[in-house]
Design a protein around this ligand. Structure first.
Ligand SMILES: Nc1nc2c(c(=O)[nH]1)N[C@H]1C(S)=C(S)[C@@H](COP(=O)(O)OP(=O)(O)OC[C@H]3O[C@@H](n4cnc5c(=O)[nH]c(N)nc54)[C@H](O)[C@@H]3O)O[C@H]1N2
Ligand SMILES: Nc1nc2c(c(=O)[nH]1)N[C@H]1C(S)=C(S)[C@@H](COP(=O)(O)OP(=O)(O)OC[C@H]3O[C@@H](n4cnc5c(=O)[nH]c(N)nc54)[C@H](O)[C@@H]3O)O[C@H]1N2
Ligand SMILES: [Mo]
Length: 759
């Protein structure tokens, strides 16, 4: 409430928060956690971090043309990401012309003409890349992918490429559809819930309420995580009077402090024990799966010494979880970035699927696979066709509906788009939301790549680093957000989104837009499309812009599972997309069966003297948006450049708790030294050899080429690092380089003189 009142004042706070996640209100733009059924929602159906996300968007601060006149781009680039965000909502389209030092205002139509001229001047449509962050609505996303394909490319990288792509790949192979097989009701009914590589207390706080309900119903909850995340160990439900006082509920009954990247070994060991005890669903295996015998044979060779070494867990700890699995009649497996962002992320998720198949934990009440998505509409955007590797049937449907022949070859994902720009093959970058420079790995490389382009365009609500890393020409196109009313020619519009459990529903913003010049994402996308394509292919962009139900009619004919979209999505609470494994144990894989997989335990082993670093979120950020400098649940206040280490690792390096150090990456065959400097050592309860630090401050350490097998996801959760006392990194910047306050993000800046953290 304090944050909301500070940023929005009392009236806007009441207007927004009471509409948040209500059937007639708007969808929270924070995470993709599902809403309870209509009729079972609280008056305050939101969490602390959802309220922060709303305050961040509905803030009364404004970044006007006068603001941009007063600050050069170089000056803004010396500021922290936090400071940039605090300048408020961007009020008008802004342009940086070639050679200019400042952004200046530009009319919408001129901006669109400028984009059209650059796009139409390319030798090939593949010389442009079109990024999407996961906040865009289904309507905006559908129009955007339609424009990009009508323009002639499948270069549609998105934040998913850096997020749950390993999940999408693994699940598509294993069950034939890349989405969660559960409803929120399944969570309530589960007997056992495993939360692996996820920190719901911070990133999906309303999940804790669901876990609490499950617990009240008798479920056992297990966390598998190198860190003992506070939200799982003591949860005070703010929705209950008893939740605000007292010690809170211990959500997790069992915590397995796994080493970073130890999960495949653990899952295989669990499988081996289930096999040994014959704790299997033979009927399910027989009727619905393939590959069981190979999996069984593979696990017969399991080396327990390797398992305990790699996972950092004892046989007794693993057996305790295996017994819980054995005794559970319905298990839900939840996961997030702790599994996906590793070189072997796809294999880890396939191994988790093996466990689910062995006991038939899919397609029955209280059981299933639950990848908990990040961005509020990242799943919907993919459903709408934001994908660089679209399935042929989707392209066929697009062709039928619009009469043009969409490009058939795969496009560039995030990592390949960066390579394309770096190598001078991609000349235009357009971002529908997001903060590409800070979200991508290898910050210095991606910065140079963007600067190497002719045009960068960002459709954004607020100022961020990516606006300051410009192509020859750069545009910022300010958009309305979820909190805001959207009136078009046909009257007030609403949009639709899909959550982690395939539930699709409507969202309407209650507030007057931050500036009269703002346009909606649909308006901007169709505006660019119309300027670029004109009458090409005869697509009626204007009609879509005037009335979003025109887009929804197209969606109903193109997107599988969306028949009668307009009617279904208008229902209170919306509708649930079909999911054959969940609905009928039908598996649309190539074999028509759920597929067991055999994976080696090829965990990344850090060379002697090195550690494995995972880069994660604090309690006070939304991805690259830094709300503040407090990671309350981990006891860190006032700064973000910290590294969490086991006390023995600190001692082994000859460091002390609180000391400043530099961090370097080790990457085979690479002569570049990647380093970030002046990170404060924090002794923490994590296995030896495993380190943790915040993203995006540590993103410069992640080599662009370090990606997951099969999904090309940057390995944000397993970076081999070396630690040095501060000042010893050869990469260190010279004195006189920009020095900045806390919250700095390029790793080259110093702490202030005040004590940067109090634990
Ligand atoms: N408030 C807030 N909410 C958010 C976001 C935000 O930034 N702020 N971001 C949104 C987005 S886009 C996403 S994708 C989600 C992210 O949600 P999470 O995946 O929960 O986010 P991370 O902070 O990356 O945390 C990863 C967790 O995995 C653990 N972990 C790391 N490595 C390993 C490993 O090798 N094995 C295991 N078992 N665990 C490991 C870490 O200790 C940490 O608890 O949250 C979404 N919601
Ligand atoms: N090292 C490291 N890197 C990571 C990760 C990690 O764990 N570690 N996580 C990865 C993950 S999971 C993800 S999803 C990506 C996130 O990558 P992105 O989605 O690219 O990043 P965000 O920080 O969510 O984007 C924030 C920006 O979006 C804009 N914005 C906000 N609301 C709206 C809106 O309604 N419309 C539009 N058009 N713009 C809006 C604002 O200008 C804001 O600055 O980062 C990835 N990068
Ligand atoms: Mo994400």
């Amino acid at each position: 409430m304090k944050r909301s009142l500070d940023h929005m004042g009392a009236v806007r706070t009441a207007k927004t928060l009471l509409k948040l996640n209500q059937a007639e209100g708007f969808d929270c733009m924070s995470c993709a956690w599902p809403d309870p059924e209509v009729g079972h929602r609280h008056t305050a159906e939101f969490c602390e971090n959802g309220a922060k996300a709303v305050a961040e968007e509905a803030t009364t601060a404004r970044a006007t043309p006068e603001f941009f006149a007063a600050h050069s781009i170089a000056e803004l680039d010396a500021k922290s990401e936090w400071w940039l965000g605090q300048q408020g909502r961007i009020t008008q389209p802004m342009v940086k012309r070639p050679g200019a030092t400042h952004y200046t205002a530009i009319e919408w139509d001129e901006a669109f003409r400028l984009i059209a001229a650059e796009l139409n001047g390319l030798n090939s449509p593949d010389e442009a890349t079109f990024y999407t962050s996961g906040r865009a609505s289904n309507e905006a996303a559908f129009a955007y992918q339609l424009f990009v394909r009508a323009f002639g490319t499948n270069n549609l990288p998105d934040c998913s490429n850096m997020c749950h792509e390993s999940t999408s790949v693994a699940l598509a192979e294993a069950i034939g559809i890349g989405k969660a097989s559960v409803s929120i009701e399944d969570v309530y009914q589960a007997k056992l819930i495993i939360v692996a590589g996820q920190n719901p207390g911070t990133n999906h706080p309303r999940m804790l309420s669901a876990l609490e309900i499950a617990k009240d119903n008798g479920a056992t909850i297990v966390s598998i995580n190198p860190l003992r995340e506070a939200g799982l160990t003591r949860f005070k439900n703010p929705q209950r009077p008893s939740g605000v006082v007292g010690a809170g509920t211990a959500i997790a009954d069992l915590h397995l402090p796994i080493k970073v990247n130890g999960d495949i070994a653990l899952f295989q060991a669990l499988g081996a024990l289930l096999l040994e005890w014959d704790a299997l669903d033979h009927d399910f295996i027989e009727r619905h799966t393939t590959g069981f015998d190979a999996w069984k044979a593979h696990l017969a060779t399991l080396d327990w010494d390797q398992v305990t070494e790699v996972s950092g867990l004892s046989r007794a700890q693993i057996t305790e979880l295996a017994e819980l699995l054995r005794d559970s009649s319905a298990t839900v497996f939840c996961w997030a970035m702790g599994l996906t962002q590793h070189r072997n992320g796809v294999a880890a998720i396939r191994e988790l699927c093996n466990l689910a198949f062995a006991q038939g934990n899919i397609g029955k009440p209280g059981a299933g696979l639950f990848p908990v998505r990040g961005h509020s509409n990242v799943q919907g955007d993919r459903t709408m066709g934001i994908w660089e590797r679209p399935p042929q049937h989707f392209l066929d449907a697009l062709q039928n509906e619009f009469g043009f022949d969409p490009p058939r070859e795969h496009g560039l994902d995030v990592v390949d788009s960066i390579r394309g720009m770096r190598d001078g093959k991609v000349h235009v970058f357009i971002g529908l939301g997001g903060n590409f420079v800070q979200a991508s790995p290898d910050t210095d490389v991606v910065s140079d790549a963007l600067r190497n382009t002719r045009l960068t365009v960002h459709v954004s609500t607020k100022l961020n680093r990516s606006h300051l890393v410009c192509g020859d020409t750069a545009l910022i196109l300010p958009t309305k957000g979820r909190t805001e009313k959207d009136v078009q020619a046909a009257g007030e519009q609403w949009i639709s989104v899909e959550d982690s459990t395939c539930s699709v529903h409507a969202s309407r913003g209650p507030l007057k837009p931050a500036s009269p010049h703002l346009r909606s994402e649909v308006e901007i996308v169709t505006g660019i499309a119309q300027a670029t394509l004109g009458d090409r292919h005869g697509i009626a962009w204007q009609a879509m812009r005037d009335d979003y139900s025109v887009i929804r009619q197209h969606i109903s004919r193109v997107v599988p599972g969306c028949a009668s979209y307009e009617v279904n999505v208008r229902r209170p609470g919306g509708f649930v997309m079909p999911h054959p494994p969940r609905d009928s144990r039908t598996f649309p894989t190539s074999s028509g069966l759920a597929e067991f997989a055999v994976n080696p335990i090829d965990t990344i082993v850090a060379p002697p003297g090195h550690l494995l670093l995972q880069t994660l979120r604090s309690h006070d950020q939304y991805n690259t948006t830094i709300y503040g400098l407090s990671d309350r649940y981990r006891g860190v206040e006032g700064g973000r450049k910290v590294i969490f280490l086991h006390a023995d690792d600190i001692a082994a390096h000859g460091f002390t708790d609180g000391q400043l150090i530099d961090i370097e990456t080790w990457w085979p065959g690479d002569d570049v030294v990647r380093a970030v400097e002046d990170f404060r050592v924090v002794a923490y309860d994590t296995p030896r050899g495993s380190a943790a630090a915040y993203y995006p401050e540590t993103s410069p350490l992640i080599p662009l080429d370090s990606t997951a097998d099969g999904s090309n996801t940057p390995t944000s959760k397993s970076v081999v690092i070396k630690l040095l006392p501060a000042g010893h990194s050869p990469n260190r910047r010279k004195p006189g380089d920009p020095q900045d306050a806390v919250g700095s993000d390029d790793g080259h800046k110093r702490w202030p003189d005040v004590d940067p953290y109090l634990s």
